[in-house]
Design a protein around this ligand. Structure first.
Ligand code: FAD
Length: 366
C-alpha cells in the first residue's frame, strides 16, 4: 500500500438531517410530493427500507403514474419498488451513476452512520429506522452471489493500538452533534464482532476485533439497479429542476423526491447539512479480500479499487463542509498510516520467524 498506487480521489457531501431523513408528504405545484432524502452516511444501507416507506406513501392515493426525481441510491430503489408494485415510473434526474454522490460512497453496511441527532430526531424515528434497516438488510441478501458481486460479504478487522485507545481529543470549535446510535435495536441481525487473541492475527497492535460485514460494490450495484429498472420498463429522463415550481412540468401527479444533498438548494432545506467525506482509491488487488480500520483510517477493497478513507477522530469529521474538491494531503496521510501498519506487520512477522528459527522450528517456516 503506497501513494504510487493512488488512482483517484473522490469527495462527496453526506446529506445529514438532525431530525433524520425526510419522508413526509406535501402538495407542491399541484403534485403529491413524497420526500425521501437526507440519509447522512447511511443512504445505501437504508435505501430499500426507506424507499419501501416512500413507495407505500406514493401509491396511497391509488395513482399508478409516478415520477421519481433523482437516480442515486434512494431514487433507484424507489423507482424499482414502484415499478415492481405495478406503477408506470419515470426517473427525472440531473445525474445518474457514475456521476451521482451515491456512486462516491464507500459501500459498507453502516445503517446508523450520521443518520440523525439523538436530541433532535422525532421520538418514533428509532422504530422507523429499525424497520428501514431490517427491510434493507433482507433485500440486499437477495443481491448476493450475482455476477459482478453487487453485494458481498467481507471480513473486517478493527485494530486498536495504544494511540487509538487513548481518549480522542475534543472535536473542533463548533457545537458537537450527538449522532444517534441505534445498533442495539438490530443486535443479532449481522454477525457479531469478537476480540481475537494474539495468536489469531498477524497485526502488531494491542487489540483486534474481527467480524463479517455486508459490502456494497457500488459501481456494480448502481449499474445493476439502473439496468434492472430499464429492463423492467422504467424510463430515465435527464432533467434539472431549479425550484419546486418546476414540478409543474411533469405529467405525473405523484412525485417521489430523492434529491439527496441536492434537496438543500432545490427545496431550500437548510436542515440538510453537508458532511464531507473523501475516498482515496488505490489500484485493485484481487488478493486483498478484507477490510480494516486503524487509527481512524478505513480500508475496504472493492473490485473497482481499494477504498482508503480518513474517518477523523469523531463523526464531526467533515461536518458542515460542502467543499467537494479532493485534498491530496489527506489522501497521502491516510495511505501513509496504513503503509506504516503493514511495514510494522511485516517486521513483526520477520521477528517471529527469526524466533522460531532460533528455537529450531525450521519445518514451520515457509
Ligand atoms: C465518503 C462517503 C462514504 C459513504 N459511504 C457509505 C457507505 O459505506 N454506506 C452507506 O450506506 N452510505 C454511505 N454514504 C452515504 C451515502 O452515499 C448517501 O447517504 C447516499 O448516497 C444518498 O443517496 P441519495 O440517493 O439520497 O443522493 P444522491 O446520490 O446525491 O442522489 C441524488 C440524485 O438527485 C439528483 N438531483 C439532485 N438535485 C437535483 C435537481 N435539482 N434536479 C434534478 N435532479 C437532481 C442527482 O442528480 C442524483 O441523481 C457515504 C457518503 C460519503 C460522502
Amino acid at each position: 500500500m503506497q501513494p504510487e498506487r493512488i488512482t483517484r480521489m473522490t469527495v462527496c457531501a453526506r446529506p445529514f438531517r438532525a431530525a433524520g431523513p425526510r419522508l413526509d408528504v406535501e402538495t407542491v405545484a399541484n403534485k403529491r410530493v413524497v420526500h425521501n432524502y437526507g440519509h447522512g452516511g447511511s443512504g445505501w444501507s437504508l435505501a430499500w427500507g426507506s424507499s419501501t416507506i416512500a413507495m407505500r406513501k406514493a401509491l396511497e392515493g391509488g395513482t399508478r403514474d409516478v415520477a421519481v426525481i433523482g437516480c442515486g441510491a434512494l431514487g433507484l430503489t424507489s423507482a424499482l419498488l414502484l415499478r415492481r408494485a405495478g406503477a408506470r415510473v419515470t426517473i427525472y434526474t440531473k445525474e445518474r451513476a457514475p456521476d451521482t454522490r451515491s456512486a462516491r460512497a464507500t459501500g459498507t453496511w453502516s445503517p446508523d452512520s450520521r443518520i440523525a441527532d439523538a436530541d433532535k430526531a422525532a421520538p418514533d424515528f428509532a422504530s422507523v429506522w429499525e424497520e428501514m434497516a431490517r427491510t434493507s438488510y433482507a433485500t440486499y441478501q437477495t443481491y448476493l452471489g450475482l455476477p459482478g458481486e453487487p453485494v458481498s460479504w467481507s471480513d473486517r478487522f478493527i485494530l486498536l493500538d495504544d494511540a487509538a485507545t487513548r481518549p480522542a481529543p475534543p472535536p473542533p470549535a463548533m457545537e458537537a452533534v450527538r449522532f444517534a446510535s441505534y445498533g442495539e435495536r438490530v443486535a443479532g441481525l449481522a454477525p457479531p464482532y469478537r476480540t481475537l487473541s494474539a495468536g489469531e492475527h498477524p497485526f502488531p497492535v494491542a487489540r483486534v476485533g474481527h467480524g463479517i460485514s455486508m459490502q456494497f460494490n457500488v459501481a456494480a450495484l448502481a449499474h445493476l439497479l439502473t439496468n434492472d429498472f430499464l429492463l423492467e420498463g422504467g424510463r430515465i429522463v435527464p432533467m434539472t429542476f431549479h425550484t419546486p415550481a418546476d414540478l409543474a412540468r411533469l405529467r405525473e401527479p405523484v412525485v417521489v423526491n430523492c434529491t439527496g444533498y441536492g434537496a438543500r438548494s432545490l427545496w431550500k432545506d437548510e436542515t440538510v447539512t453537508p458532511v464531507r467525506g473523501q475516498i482515496t482509491w488505490l489500484a485493485p488487488q484481487p488478493e486483498v479480500r478484507y477490510g480494516l480500520s486503524y487509527r481512524h483510517v478505513l480500508v475496504l477493497p472493492r473490485p473497482d479499487g481499494i477504498a482508503v478513507q480518513q474517518l477523523g477522530e469523531s463523526d464531526m469529521w467533515g461536518y458542515g463542509i460542502a467543499d467537494e474538491i479532493p485534498d491530496r494531503s489527506e489522501a497521502e496521510s491516510a495511505v501513509a498510516t496504513i503503509a506504516a501498519l503493514y511495514r510494522r506487520t511485516r517486521l513483526a512477522h520477520e521477528d517471529r520467524i527469526d524466533l522460531l528459527r532460533q528455537e529450531g522450528h525450521s519445518c514451520l517456516i515457509t
